[in-house]
Design a protein around this ligand. Sequence first.
Ligand code: ADP
Length: 500
Amino acid sequence: MFKKILIANRGEIAVRVIRACRDLDIKSVAVFSEADRGALHVRLADEAYAIGPAPSSESYLVIDKIIKAAIDSGAEAVHPGYGFLAENSNFAEACRRAGLIFIGPTPSAIKLLGDKMTARTAMIKAGVPVVPGTEKPVDDEKQAIAIAKEIGFPILIKAAAGGGGKGMRVVNDDSEIKSAVRGAKSEAKSAFGDDRIYIEKYLARPRHVEIQIIADSHGNCVYLGERECSIQRRHQKVIEEAPSPLVDQDMRKKMGQAAVAAARAAGYVNAGTVEFLADDKKDFYFLEVNTRLQVEHPVTEMVTGIDLAVEQILIAAGEKLSFSQDDIVIEGHAIECRIYAEDPSSDFLPSTGLLRSYHEPAGPGIRVDSGVYEGAEISVYYDPMISKLLAYGKNRKQAVSRMLRALDEYRISGVTTNIDFHKTILVHPEFAAGRLSTHFIKEYYQVKEDGISALEEAAALTAVIAEHEARNTLSLSSVKKPEASPWKLSWRPGCESGRE
Ligand code: ADP
């Protein structure tokens, strides 16, 4: 077993992995940017290495700096968390070349699955149902119109290298195609340096249901049930739960087997998530594979009793899975609310600043995964997620009641949060009835749901920086004029790109 692991991340996921290391009696090494000198993950780790200035492009995204810290610390393995470099095959490869074990799948599996188009092709080959659409990149609007005629409007233009809902455009008719193709291509180029786009049928009111899989290096691969992540805003998850109110035993088995087939087709090792869109007829279609631990992994841990972060480490160390498919039992119900420092009444504008007071809820069935403490700062540089609040119950009703109790108990001052917004969703009769779709928030709340335009991003950034200046909590001399907001340039959990 490893003696020391470096965690190439920050925030709650770095804390989560440090805890897994501690449970396994493995020493943990943190890395931190200048903005994170006093962060919780730095305080909790056994050792910590500075890796540069606050912008993630100069710290958490710099492969060489992280590899150097790993070597200097004497770590044998690297856990990437999610976001930043977690799905960067060059990083996995750089670890291998430096003699470090990357806790995740092989570089080639990351590469194959990280590209939505090659992943789609591999899934079609493996017999996994995919959303109707194209297998080849679409170059111009003429081609796009021809494809739309074939599969029917509405269509969704997607970036092959996409993540975090970026580079996606819904197109309802011919007249919108030209600008959508151009807009998606240029957004994809600037966000991912790759302007390949393709087209999928835009499914009406689908549900997002994903399967957690885990595979060892000895050929064993199992599925750990599903998570429903239909409560989304701008294609980003807000609330997740396990099991899904839609999924029965039969559907779980079918989806699970499809997910395992998908994993096997890619030669997948370690924990991963196969995402699907599903409809009320219980048909499901492959969306993408996330080749890392998901933000929402704890709901699966709560209903299966399996510690996914620990299992990831054991698998990377070459151990066999200690359970088989028949051992997996889904018990009870778990819900996760992503608690963000953002203002729902101002179009969810991030609300950065110091957490003047901070008190986390507790009590039966409650778990809080956070990377903060009272007095810590929600920085303009990173994703403004404060914590993941989780509630477990013997059934969905009890999990919801406990979540509401915990949301009431949460005390945060200094920044605005989405806690009340979560409450309004949980008490919504359609949510209570389990009648969910990815359009839930758009349909029942007066919130804008279009892709974030460059203009909106710039406006949001200006407002946040102005607020900071007013509060004088941040020296702006070090802030370079960003092309997009820092939280977009780094990552947004659930959007899974360095990218999230
Ligand atoms: P990303 O990697 O950018 O997050 P995904 O392909 O995972 O993009 O999709 C994110 C979300 O976008 C889905 O959960 C769903 O809400 C929506 N979406 C994606 N593809 C489709 C589709 N073909 N039809 C309807 N909604 C879709």
